[in-house]
Ligand binder design. Sequence first.
Ligand code: ZN
Length: 585
Amino acid sequence: MASGVSPDLQAPSQPPAGARPVFGREEEARDYLARSVWRSAADALLLQNLRGGAGWPPGWETAWRHVFAGGPLMDVTEARVSSDLAEVVPPQLASGYRAVCFYRTDDAYYIAMPEPGDFLFQDQLLALTGTASRRQLRCVRACGDQVLEAAGGTRKRSASQEAHAAGVDDMVVATVLNSERLRQVNPGRLDMEPKLFLDWCLYQGWLHKAADLHFEGIPGMGRVRMRVDGNMRVLARAPLPLMTGVVALGRDWAGPGCSGDAWVPGDGRFSFRLDQTVYDVRAATMMMGSGEYPFPKLELRLLSKEIRPLESMGFEDSVLKMLRRMSRMPQGMLVFTGPTNSGKTSTLYSLLKEINRPDINIQTVEDPIEISMSGVNQAAVNEKHGVTWAKLLRAALRQDPDVLLAGEIRDAETAGIAVQGAQTGHLVFTTLHTNSACAAVERLTGMGVEPFLLGSVLLGISGQRLVNRLCPRCRRPVKVTDVHRDVFGRAGCADFLGDVLYEPRGCEHCGHTGYAGLSLIMELFPVNDEVSRLVMQKVPSPDLEAYFRQKGCRTMFQDSLRQAAAGVVSLEHSRLYDRNWMFAA
Ligand SMILES: [Zn+2]
């Protein structure tokens, strides 16, 4: 952590009431360590080795730091912390930094904490309270255990901490956005409150349909970026003290998994309400950097509540028809592949929404539940409470589902359960992180699924990507050249090609990026008896793909060329999805 004490933050020369210096001089401290603490620490280390798990004796670490880092160490065991004083340091900071205000004069607050020179703490405190000026803070060094003891019993939990504690895993509506007011906010104002700033960022994220918001600290400045249509763009800049306050608030809203020690990566959730609708947010925090400029970066993922109808997803008619046919089979397995953010979850939700009827028992196992769907039994993995993928999948199968959505296949165990489910009368939808549909077969057999089993249960395999859609207002036509004809020809797509292709240009409607929205690129291969035999014979995935191409199925690459020829996506983006392009001129 940042240490070193600025002139303004010097500890008082005379100890305030309730605190007395443990060591006046360094020699005394060394002597103290030599006499008791150091020896007991050595003993503790020995015990730890012997028994595996005894912690350091209280006070050892702080006393040891004192010797090397300087600054008087205060004993605050006799401090009487009233509830008024305890409120000076907000709970979201108090527990993480082990800080307590134990004394107040007309012009200063005295705060005891193990790391009194931590500027991050002081900035966050100023941003959150907004009352005390920097000169009014007097931070003194004290043992963390003593601080917690002194503060014990007087601390009130913040509203969202209360709510998290009461509702266990339920989502907490942390803030209500007032769109009228937020429309008039000027984010450049330096004296903005953290809550208003965070509200404004959430509102902007919602307005731009952003997938996530990133709150970052770079030396001397805070920055908020958002991901819109797969691309990061800067939403706002803010002074570092404001940004630290915003991050502290966001972490507090996200609950205990996120609001503890800033140095430990954490995750949590909260909700916000806007115009009578509640939106869910997933939060993740992680300390970036070290030394003088550490910053706990906060990432907020805005979970979309919208499930689009299958026909609006942009599938080709033939693919849509095939997908619908597969989803009405009584049993078997349908595997959706693609990297993170390729829209697999959206496809699955749309599919479930379409087949969701009262006479069909749909069960899901997810991590986490991204959108709740009425009429569908959704269950979430909770590793912290020992509810693992494997356990939950087994339990889900015992619920006698007609359709089981197994959110993701992670390992041999989950693969085995999913295949077993598909074999015993359930229709199983699942996802895998592979680069193409056919690679799913090798991945699953690599996980130990017997090829003859896999061949018998598979109904279909698909691969998909989300690609930036060209802005239709400003896309620029380019004449088709022989190179284009060659590439389209070799991919078996010469028929698609007209006289022109399109490139991005940029206008005010697309934020001068040349792109607006996303387009889904998809391959879907049905597994019939013939393919099933190929799977059982362990045919390599390129050969399997060649077979499907020969049968007239369209690969992702071919689909991207089709969309490029139609002016939906740019040729550059199509190129990304086939490594054979690297050999093209
Ligand atoms: Zn444009």
